[in-house]
Design a protein around this ligand. Structure first.
Ligand SMILES: NC(=O)c1ccc[n+]([C@@H]2O[C@H](COP(=O)([O-])OP(=O)(O)OC[C@H]3O[C@@H](n4cnc5c(N)ncnc54)[C@H](O)[C@@H]3O)[C@@H](O)[C@H]2O)c1
Ligand SMILES: O=C(O)C(=O)C[C@@H](O)[C@H](O)[C@H](O)COP(=O)(O)O
Ligand SMILES: [Zn+2]
Length: 354
């Protein structure tokens, strides 16, 4: 068992290990369990047996659950069973469900305890840790939400066995991102053939990727400065997700967006790290993008949460593990977008391999 402490008030522990689903326990009399409709039923059964939830709420798969109307349905279910303030919400599944369940916990009765149990690689290395919770609007990703840190996180790596390989590779994008912004040793480990469910080295790589995020959110929970670096690649990524109505999944959008951010970084005089982001795209084999112009994505990039009164800011890299925030002149954004668009065409294939 590996344990990572995340600082805060209060601090909490992320446990990484095997067989955790059957051993969950929380110090709350009433628990609400939220999970997606397509989750393997055995996961739900194991958590139900461990926690005896007062209410279980099944929600749509993927970002289909990250809407205000699904949130309303979840909150109503909690109210219908009279869940009290000393209760807890458990979110079991990928990052979409943990974002939704975390926001339900943050807003129900103005806040009850929240426990994520991530079952995707992306949820494990990123979404379940750090307390960003929320839902999407048609206007953009995660535009409504709250910082609501969990009380404890259980990362049961056994659950990755049922994850489709393409979904595993979606999560690899966020682990690779942690490598680029802070721990370059992760880069080769993520691309290694050993980075697969069941391999004995996987828990340590997952824990090291979590440790990057844990360190950042311990120092800057509410994104006053350093936390923005965790958004590397996300300005374009969120635009791709929103403009395609979530046809591009988050992890693939991040793979694409990291390559754009590496091109921008190089255009602004940074080290050329595009071989790294290109290597990641080759590994990830994302779905082909529809034909997109700069004008298609620009309105969504303008709503990025890193924007301030003076405009949008991008996370760029001077070099590996040397991130910074910068405004980028529009002509540079456009030039890099054209380079990116030319490259991602040939890299992608229209049929998503599994
Ligand atoms: N809060 C954060 O800090 C943060 C960080 C990164 C991403 N996110 C959000 O996370 C979401 C993406 O999360 P994701 O990549 O985990 O995708 P996801 O939550 O959409 O899950 C992908 C699919 O896999 C299914 N699934 C989950 N576990 C499974 C398993 N073990 N076996 C088989 N199927 C399984 C899910 O039900 C879903 O259909 C996006 O909404 C993104 O915005 C949030
Ligand atoms: O935790 C963070 O901070 C991140 O930026 C992690 C991202 O991987 C994640 O996608 C997050 O949800 C993006 O946050 P947002 O504030 O840009 O919506
Ligand atoms: Zn992300």
């Amino acid at each position: 068992m590996l344990k990572i402490e995340v600082g805060g008030a209060p601090s909490y522990i992320v446990e990484v290990g095997s067989g955790l689903l059957t051993r969950l326990s929380v110090p709350h009399k009433q628990v609400a369990l939220v999970y997606p409709a397509d989750l393997p039923p055995s996961f739900v059964a194991q958590v139900q047996a461990a926690l005896s939830p007062a209410v279980t709420v099944e929600v749509p798969a993927r970002d289909g659950c990250k809407t205000l109307s699904v949130l309303e349905g979840v909150l109503s279910k909690l109210a219908q069973v009279n869940l009290t303030r000393d209760s807890a919400v458990v979110g079991l599944g990928g990052g979409a469900v943990t974002d939704l369940a975390g926001f339900a916990a943050a807003s129900y009765l103005r806040g009850v305890a929240y426990y994520p149990v991530p079952t995707t690689l992306l949820g494990m290395v990123d979404a379940a840790v750090g307390g960003k919770t929320g839902v999407n609007l048609p206007e953009g990703k995660n535009l409504v939400g709250a910082f609501w840190p969990p009380r404890h996180v259980w990362v049961d790596v056994d659950t990755l066995a049922t994850l489709p390989p393409a979904t595993f590779r979606e999560g690899a994008a966020e682990a690779y991102k942690h490598g680029l912004i802070a721990n370059p040793s992760l880069l080769a480990r993520v691309l290694s053939p050993d980075f697969v469910p069941g391999h004995p080295s996987l828990p340590q790589t997952v824990a090291d990727a979590i440790a990057v995020k844990a360190g950042v959110v311990t120092r800057d929970l509410t994104e006053q400065n350093e936390r923005a670096y965790l958004n590397f690649g996300h300005t374009l990524a969120h635009a791709l997700e929103a403009v395609t109505h979530q046809a591009v999944p988050h992890g693939e959008a991040v793979g694409y967006g990291m390559h754009y951010a590496a091109l921008l970084s190089r255009e602004l005089g940074g080290q050329d790290l595009t071989d790294h982001t290109r290597a990641f795209l080759k590994y990830q084999q994302p779905k082909a993008l529809p034909p997109l112009t700069f004008e298609d994505v620009q309105p969504y990039m303008a709503r990025d949460k890193k924007a301030d009164a003076e405009g949008v800011r991008f996370v760029l890299l001077h070099d590996l593990a040397r991130p910074y925030l910068a405004r980028v002149p529009e002509e540079v954004l456009r030039r890099a977008f054209e380079m990116w668009r030319k490259e991602v065409g040939p890299i992608t294939s229209p049929i998503h391999p599994t």
